[in-house]
Design a protein around this ligand. Sequence first.
Ligand SMILES: [Zn+2]
Length: 264
Amino acid sequence: MRQVGFLGAGAALGSSLLAMPGRSFAEYAEPIRTVAAAGRKVCLTYDDLWNEYYTFRIASFYHQRNIRIALFPVGRAITNNLERPHRNHENMYARMQAMGHEIGCHLYTHRHHRKFGLQQLIDEEMEPALAAMRQALGADFMPIGIRPPYGHITDAIQELAALYELPVIMWGVDSQDALCTVNTDCESACATTDDESAACTKEECALICIRHILERLDKYMRPGHVVLNHGIRNAYLAAPPLLRLLHRRNLQPVALSQLLAWAG
Ligand SMILES: [Zn+2]
């Protein structure tokens, strides 16, 4: 049994685990992307959560339909909510947890961490994220898993997950909601050449993005998948048609803990 989750910020690594030289990827549990044994179940996950307004609307939308999602907030977004909540969004994480949604760790700063060693990940990312989560959700809170920003899995990330005894949660399919949201080519994509009047409005761009999300999920989503989305406007707008798509495909959205239970 490793002593984890109680390391203070800046804790030094003296445990025997970390004295073990050169553990390879193969020695760590596989990151979870899909759970084949789960049958026609999938888990909807939402990352980053910088935007409190749309994050809370997404959480409420699913809660009203008795669907539990997994949320992977950046630690700093939790700190923002604790210190400067959007109006009517005070205590948002405890409220979303009370809805039955599950909360994982997306580290603290969302920096590129490929060059981070284990100690830096602990000191600058994991412990600050845990501190924010525990301030919001209670001293005993443990996240359901770790999702590294940008999906970058390194040896140090694997070591971190092993140290804290948490699964690494990746995804089987990415809705690309964030990608089409920042797609600055939207106007040119739907405008006919030399006809400025055909340029897209913001709402038309949103519709194109939502269509892209649904087409992509319809094409690539499989039973057992963890599905990646983000806490943004287009993901909120895509939620109702996404549920219709799941229904049509006979796929049932379940909580991440339920999906993981099938992973054995
Ligand atoms: Zn992210």
